[in-house]
Design a protein around this ligand. Sequence first.
Ligand SMILES: [Zn+2]
Length: 94
Amino acid sequence: MHCRCGYTFPVDSAMRNPAGRSFALIDDKDYPAFLKEEKNAMLATEEEFSLRAIARSCRYVGCLLECPECSRILMLPANSLEAAAEPQFYSREP
Ligand SMILES: [Zn+2]
């Protein structure tokens, strides 16, 4: 995954950005469902149920990655990694 400036974000850590900042992104409409699954994960007494709830909650999480070279923000909405959606880029105003 490349920034418009040419910087290459590490492929094996799409949800992390070791050289810059990264943020979890959850659509407002999905937030109640995300919280429900997170709560289920935290209250689960068996690891298998907890892991299943975490897997369900992850479906609602996308990310914002800040390019360490040019400070552009790359937005990857939830499920965009599997759906091969085009990332959206945003630049800071001067
Ligand atoms: Zn960049």
